[in-house]
Design a protein around this ligand. Structure first.
Ligand code: G6P
Length: 362
């Protein structure tokens, strides 16, 4: 069954491997033969009437929201804010005239998000919960629900829910962009692009051995590590660093590459691992030059780089995907680095200390 490990030592690796299938499943559920988006009309109309989207989430789901902001703004042309649930609940920002709230939540039970949804309901606003668990509390209490259908996620560190949330946001943004008649949505072939991303993920999970070797070489004993990137690669770096820190206990932060020099570079020592994510041609050279700055201070650099931008020295090369969907590819080696680092250090990968799969207290 879906909740048995089979030949896998840990659920985390099984769930990493399931990601291409989860994305294909979302395509089958939400895309019609002609490529149009199949989502309830009342829900799409509510989204279309909103002047601003407010994504509210915690943990990995919040990080999927950061990527979602770019996708909604670029494909649908709707201003989108992303908020940490525990902050939003008690420090509500100034809301627009017609806000629409999107709750991203694997479990549908996170107390911090439930608290915000209660307030949103009291204020009389409409909401959409994107979740992996049908009939979960956040699903029942929101106006609309979109299901991820990713199958049970057992490992505490979320992997397939993150990529499923990004794919779901993509489908939703395409549907909304078509209603708004944006050129970006018209040009975006959702099925083609998601299939390409699923194939890229497949090819990356097939290169596990390479990533395992890198984890052993660079992350086996280090005290800390950094992920860097710019733009959408920075969003990926934030989730990549969360994965590594939560299962390996290596203190890891994700930074905007250009911001390193404004403080963080003081932490770089001999052999500090710095992992750069480089998928955007506009900023690749800048991030490469930030890398030189840390290399000259002793850092050991691992590069996760898009095929078109890669050099012979880059350790992990990402197959080509649509520029908006690069997080779907770039996160895979980061998930694998986290997994193999945790294993290398002898931890229970699926049950990291101090963490719970679903946090039902505020
Ligand atoms: C917990 C889990 C995280 C998860 C977060 C939000 O902290 O350990 O993996 O990202 O809750 O959970 P949700 O179910 O709302 O996505």
């Amino acid at each position: 069954s879906a909740s048995e490990k089979g030949a896998y030592e840990f659920f985390m690796l099984k769930e990493i491997d399931e990601q291409p299938g989860v994305i294909r499943g979302l395509e089958q559920t939400y895309l019609a033969e002609d490529g149009s988006v199949k989502l309830a009309d009342d829900m799409m109309n509510a989204l279309n009437q909103a002047d601003r989207l407010y994504i509210v989430a915690a943990g990995t789901s919040y990080n999927a929201g950061l990527v979602g902001k770019s996708i909604f703004e670029k494909l649908a042309g709707v201003p989108t804010e992303v908020h940490i649930a525990s902050e939003f609940g008690y420090n509500m920002p100034l809301l627009s005239d017609k806000p629409l709230f999107i709750f991203l939540t694997q479990s549908g039970e996170t107390a911090d998000s439930r608290e915000v949804l209660s307030k949103v309901n009291q204020l009389g606003y409409e909401s959409l919960t994107i979740t992996n668990v049908p009939n979960s509390t956040l699903s029942r209490e929101a106006t609309y629900t979109m299901l991820l259908n990713a199958g049970p996620e057992i490992a505490v560190a979320s992997t397939k829910a993150y990529t499923a949330q990004i794919a779901a946001e993509t489908i939703l943004a395409k549907g909304l962009g078509m209603l708004k008649q944006t050129a970006a949505a018209a040009d975006f072939e959702t099925g083609f692009e998601l299939t390409k991303a699923a194939n890229a993920i497949q090819s990356l999970v097939d290169q596990k051995d390479v990533v395992e070797g890198l984890a052993q070489k660079y992350l086996g004993t280090t005290r800390n590590a950094f992920y860097i990137g710019r733009g959408i690669d920075y969003q990926t770096a934030i989730e990549a660093s969360l994965k590594l820190k939560e299962v390996s206990y290596v203190q890891t932060e994700g930074f905007a590459s250009g911001e390193l020099k404004h403080g963080t570079i003081s932490l770089i020592e001999e052999n500090t691992p710095v992992i750069a994510i480089i998928t955007d041609p506009k900023t690749a050279a800048l991030t490469r030059s930030n890398e030189q700055e840390v290399i000259s201070r002793g850092a050991s650099v691992i590069n996760i780089v898009a095929e078109e931008l890669a050099t012979a020295e880059d350790q992990i090369v990402l197959p080509e995907v649509h520029p908006l969907l690069t997080p779907l590819a770039a996160i895979i080696p980061a998930q694998l680095l986290a997994y193999y680092t945790s294993k290398e250090r002898g931890y229970d990968v699926d049950k990291p200390r101090n963490l719970a799969k679903s946090v039902t207290v505020e």
